[in-house]
Design a protein around this ligand. Structure first.
Ligand code: UDP
Length: 328
């Protein structure tokens, strides 16, 4: 049996990756400091013999007694609201955390895949974004703590690959959605669905002409799995190229939820990218991957998940407070 360490295991993407690797017959070692992750996302795995969980912050030295074949580094706050609340941890997990995991991968002879992001392209001047575009990032803006940590993460990963011959993979993840997203993470899908469920108006930022392209989580996980198993060390975009404006998307949500909520317009947050769409030619040719789940179907599944949360969970998720751990 092969062993895989997944950091950020209790998070949205991390928990789905744990499920995938369990399904594929791996022993999965999950790690999370639970600042933005939630044990509820992996509680169904806790009783399994081939699943183990460590409550640990990977910005500090990481020790795992087992042999490791693969490491997936998915620990990081991942929404603009989180970066504002916990900017220093965001920087540390992408930089110090990645350095620790590179060291661990080297010591164990493991292959490391890091979760990078479309944010490395910033507010892109090239559209759609190809992997060879260098990006347009404001280093000192509110998103800079995430964007620059992820850019550093890519650099140090390539340095370990070139200097130490470490086997590494880099996925640039574009907006991804599905069950287990955090209702209060401020991202547009949980925000709109949460508002619809609470009977509030939907808050469109700016005039809603900014675009995004949303990938269903199962497609994202399949792309990541294929990349890990490939022999390609340079960054690859994984996302759904079907682009939509936030205004049209808000209208879709009103249709989906069958509510009669109105749209209200709020100021566009600083450095909010005006457009985002992955060019996935590389993923298609190198990994034979492309997304399969259409937005209508994926959004139905996601809405069902949010609807299935109990009233208490809905209330609790609105108030999750990690400000006391904010200063580290
Ligand atoms: N957005 C919005 N209303 C909300 C939350 C987000 O209009 O209540 C917009 C946000 O300004 C951005 C887009 O939706 O243009 C996607 O935001 P998200 O935070 O999901 O991800 P991003 O792609 O910006 O990192």
């Amino acid at each position: 049996m092969k062993n895989v360490l997944i950091t950020g295991a209790a998070g949205f993407l991390g928990s789905h990756l744990c499920d995938k690797f369990i399904e594929e017959g791996f022993k999965v070692i999950g790690m999370d400091n639970l600042i933005t992750g939630d044990l509820k996302n992996i509680e169904h795995l806790m009783k399994l013999e081939n699943f183990e969980f460590y409550h640990h912050d990977v910005s500090k030295f990481v020790h795992v007694p087992d042999d490791l074949d693969y490491i997936l580094h998915f620990a990081s706050p991942a929404s603009p609201i989180d970066y504002l609340k916990i900017p220093i941890q965001t920087l540390k997990v992408g930089s110090l955390g990645t350095h620790n995991l590179l060291g661990l991968a080297k010591a164990k002879g493991a292959r490391l895949l890091i979760a990078s992001t479309s944010e490395v392209y910033g507010d892109p001047l090239v559209h759609p974004q190809t992997e060879d575009y260098y990006g347009n990032v404001n280093t000192i803006g509110p998103r800079g703590v995430y964007d620059e940590a992820k850019r550093f993460q890519e650099s140090i990963t390539m340095a370990y690959h070139r200097f130490h011959g470490l086997e590494t993979r880099i996925v640039r993840i574009f907006n991804t959605y599905g069950p287990r997203m955090r209702l209060n993470d401020g991202r547009v899908i949980p925000a709109f669905i949460g508002q619809a469920l609470r009977g509030e108006d939907l808050t469109v930022f700016g005039d809603g002409s900014q675009t995004r392209s949303f990938c269903y989580v199962d497609d994202q996980v399949e792309g990541i799995y294929r990349l890990l198993m490939s022999d390609y060390a340079e960054p690859i975009n994984i996302g759904n190229p079907y682009e939509i404006s936030i205004l049209d998307f808000a209208k879709e949500i009103i249709k989906l939820t069958g509510t009669d909520q109105k749209l209200i317009f709020k100021p566009l947050p600083k450095d909010d990218p005006m457009q985002r769409q992955p060019d996935i030619s590389k993923a298609k040719s190198i990994l034979s991957w492309e997304p399969k789940v259409e937005r209508e179907e994926g959004m139905k599944l996601t809405y069902q998940y949010f609807k299935s949360l109990s009233k208490e969970e809905l209330r609790r998720s609105e108030h999750k407070d990690f400000t006391d751990r904010n200063k580290r």
